[in-house]
Ligand binder design. Structure first.
Ligand code: PMP
Length: 359
């Protein structure tokens, strides 16, 4: 068996140890004679799996007791709708930072369902740097300030939590669990699972409990955070297997020393890659130093006609899915928690070798 290094932005590489454990438990979960996939979500065994996953996640993230943790479906995209529906029951508008494509998608859904406006945008600098704190001006009737911590496509990451006198709502899909976060600064944090949490199919939402009372009356039950909180995220059949696998990932992360330890490793991995790009003159990343993403590293080759060759040769070298998003082109290396440092070393070596041959 050969496992290649997979730089996909999501669904992303999972820790091999997690997949091995899932394989070992696949047909017969801990002597119960059936797979987790085949169990009632209301069985004691599954409830135990679900509760342990939540408890481990709370511990890893340091989630305070006055916050609920929800395991929903529909991806982060569904949360773009949940945010205005659950927070604008008393009227008012949504306020959004625009730092790239995912911010804009959230804003678009905010406008589709309610009133939403831009509090500050990185458009002026071509989405290469976060808006300055003093430039952030939410509308006077804003009921929340939404932002995306890490733009997965553009590779722009916020270097600080914005200051605002409003509940902060953060899309952490591609940065959750990659670095320490003070959850108490936020009203809501949400993230699709398929990068740093587990396989696709589950979406984690952290909501401060006082915000659970603000839903619009027309919020569909399946999009209502309070309904999920009241039912332990078992309003209907949840994505049981994805939830179980998320629990295995949380176990694994605990064994790695938790978020602070993985953050140190992530910083080292990212620095190696950015240093190699900056030193080359052959590769380029346009993002301001303070806002370079820890987890998604886009880069272009100085000669775009070499892109296809770069991708062919990297695949052949066991370095998978380096193609950049179709909207920006070039390359992108996603280096989430489960990407070993060896994968980054191999990529840096490959890039150096490619430059020597084609530069
Ligand atoms: N927000 C961000 C920052 C993302 O990276 C993604 C997916 N790549 C999404 C939202 C959408 O997530 P999903 O596909 O889970 O709906």
């Amino acid at each position: 068996m050969t496992r290649h290094f997979n730089f996909c932005s999501g669904p992303a590489t999972l820790p091999t140890a997690v997949l091995e454990r899932a394989r070992d438990e696949m047909l017969d979960y801990q002597g119960r004679g059936l797979s987790v996939m085949e169990m009632s979500h209301r069985s004691d065994t599954f409830i135990d799996i679900a509760e342990r996953a939540e408890a481990d996640f709370r511990q890893l993230m340091g989630v305070p007791d006055n916050y609920s943790v929800l395991f929903m479906q529909g991806g982060a995209t569904q949360q773009f709708a949940c945010v205005p529906l659950n927070l604008l029951g008393a009227g008012g508008s949504g306020s959004y930072l625009d730092t790239g494509i995912w911010s804009q998608k959230a804003l678009k859904e905010g406008r589709h369902l309610a009133t939403a406006s831009v509090a500050a945008s990185a458009e002026d600098n071509g989405y290469t740097a976060a808006p300055a704190p003093r430039a952030i001006l939410p509308a006077s009737d804003a009921a929340y300030l939404h932002y995306c911590d890490n733009e997965t496509i553009g590779g722009l990451q916020m270097d600080r939590v914005p200051e605002a006198d409003l509940p902060l709502v953060c899309d952490m899909s591609s940065s959750i669990l990659s670095k320490s976060v003070d959850v108490s600064k936020f009203g809501v944090i949400y993230a699709g699972a398929q990068k740093n949490i587990g396989p696709a199919g589950i979406t984690v939402v952290i909501v401060r409990d006082d915000l659970l009372e603000r839903a619009r009356a027309d919020t569909p039950t399946m999009l209502n955070w309070k309904a999920f909180a009241d039912e332990g995220s078992m309003l209907n059949t949840p994505a049981t297997y994805a939830w179980y696998l998320a629990g295995l990932v949380f176990d694994w992360l605990g064994e790695q020393g938790g978020v602070a330890a993985i953050e140190r490793l992530n910083r080292r991995k990212a620095a190696k890659l950015y240093d190699a790009i900056d030193a080359s003159g052959f590769y380029r990343n346009p993002i301001a130093a303070a806002n370079r993403s820890l987890t998604n590293v886009p880069f272009v080759l100085h000669d775009a006609s070499l892109n296809a060759t770069f991708l062919e040769e990297s695949e052949a070298a066991g370095l998978l899915t380096l193609k950049g998003h179709r909207s920006v082109g070039g390359m992108r290396a996603s280096i989430y928690n489960a990407m070993p440092e060896e994968g980054v070393d191999r990529l840096v070596d490959f890039m150096g070798d490619f430059e020597r041959r084609y530069g």
